[in-house]
Design a binder for this molecule. Structure first.
Ligand code: HEM
Length: 414
């Protein structure tokens, strides 16, 4: 369809809100609808009056994330923000307003802020981390094993994830519940809750940093405080918020989707339980079908350019449509056996900002899923799969809860 006709159609029909792709029963149907009308890149609405491009083609997404000279991570380049069309208290702020972290930086500035993140990941003692995660999963399961019912999001995936991330940074146990509530609010959609949550996270990180000033430790807070690339407490706090936020949300979602697919898709569960699909292949299949971060903010065009036949203007925001790009037929075959081992998905993104934590994220998720499958006998979903509700967010798609039942553990008699 010529660009002018598309523009008229856009004016007549309005745009699909981005949150419609995450909150609906079948996201791939929503992405297909957009692709049928617009092709590999479609205009969407982030909030009323705030438009952006959703990049859905695998090739186009790679082009955008690999060319920082044309597509910047720094939202100071976002025209709608410069023009005041996005309100200062917008719910988009937490994910899209400029911050002094690697996620919002390009070129040399990004490499300076990224190297502490890479150093943090490579400093991890994987055996110790695995022991910690295994113990955390077992403790959580013990807390509900004799009940015969549980919510595998609120009582398991989210708790294992926050306790692990908080553990890496040495946040003490008294602060962990508050940290979780604050991180959920911070990356949610409510602007008022975000402001309060931001202050709460600052308070918790401030307490942790103050404790480390007196007694240093081998946790990541101490590593960041010692790191010569981070200038002052503000950059230490920004790097910590970035890692905690990215880690908490993505790990929760990856555990949640793997367990959800196990419990609601008989073919998936059958292949996994029947040994035809190893747990790592199952985790990869989830990264393809339901990536933990299905839509990610953002890149900002530094020049006028054409993308998938559309005129992108300097200052336009481009949202990274990981879930849509993963379904692009150009990177798939019709043979399911050839798909096993294919890791060309974009769940981790690509280019300089690709996730630095792929290895520990897989280890944490693998242990959490494996422990639940082994320690909850006859576990099954307690509601029909199509009644699963989704937490509201334009960026991620996490079940609000995953109620399950299983054979309760009988306590040994004394
Ligand atoms: C569980 C699965 C995870 C997935 C699917 C995932 C996905 C991603 C993606 C797609 C990006 C790149 C976004 C872009 O190109 O703009 C990213 C960046 C990042 N992730 Fe992950 N992530 C996961 C887990 C984690 C964990 C556990 C941590 C930390 C503990 C983490 C820390 C980060 C950081 C710090 C960045 C920003 C890097 C930069 O801007 O240079 N992620 N992640």
């Amino acid at each position: 369809m010529p660009t002018t006709d598309r523009r008229r159609l856009m004016e007549l029909t309005g745009l699909m809100p981005l949150s419609a792709t995450t909150g609906c029963a079948d996201p791939q149907a929503a992405y297909r609808e957009l692709q049928d009308s617009w092709g590999g890149v479609a205009p969407v609405e982030l909030e009323p009056g705030v438009h952006a491009w959703l990049v859905m083609g695998h090739h186009e997404l790679c082009q955008v994330v690999r060319n920082e000279q044309f597509f910047s991570c720094d939202s100071a380049n976002w025209r709608l923000l410069q023009e005041g069309i996005v309100a200062p208290d917008s719910g988009l702020g937490a994910m899209m307003f400029p911050r002094a972290s690697a996620y919002f930086a390009d070129g040399d500035q990004h490499r300076r802020l990224r190297s502490p993140l890479d150093d943090a990941i490579s400093s991890l003692d994987e055996h110790r981390l695995a022991r910690f995660v295994r113990a955390t999963c077992a403790d959580q399961i013990n807390s509900f094993a004799d009940r015969g019912t549980a919510d595998l999001i609120g009582e398991y995936a989210a708790v294992v994830s926050i306790m692990t991330v908080a553990g890496l940074f040495g946040v003490n146990q008294d602060h962990q519940a508050a940290l979780r509530v604050a991180l959920i609010a911070m990356f949610g959609a409510e602007s008022e809750a975000q402001a309060a949550a931001g202050k709460e996270v600052e308070r918790i990180l401030g307490d942790t940093m103050n404790a480390r000033r007196t007694v240093s430790s081998d946790d990541l807070t101490s590593l960041f405080m010692r790191h010569s690339n981070l200038r002052g407490d503000a950059e230490v706090a920004e790097a910590t918020v970035l890692m905690m936020g990215a880690g908490y949300e993505a790990v929760t979602n990856w555990i949640a989707h793997t367990l959800r697919m196990m419990l609601s898709d008989a073919r998936f569960a059958g292949r996994l339980r029947g040994g035809r699909l190893g747990l790592d292949d199952a985790l990869d299949e989830v990264l393809w079908r339901d990536p933990p971060m299905p839509n990610m903010p953002a890149r900002y065009a530094l020049v006028d350019c054409e993308l998938a036949g559309h005129q992108v203007q300097r200052g336009d925001a481009l949202i990274l449509g990981m879930a849509a790009a993963n379904a692009d037929q150009r990177v798939h075959t019709d043979d399911p056996w050839l798909e096993i081992g294919n890791r060309a998905h974009l769940a981790w993104s690509a280019g300089p900002h690709a996730c630095p934590a792929q290895r520990p994220a897989r280890m944490i998720t693998r242990i959490a899923v494996d422990t639940a499958l082994h320690q909850l006998p006859d576990v099954s979903l307690a509601i029909p799969p199509d009644e699963v509700q989704w937490l509201p967010s334009p960026w991620s798609r996490c079940p609000a809860s995953l109620p399950v039942r299983f054979t309760p553990r009988t306590r040994p008699r004394n």
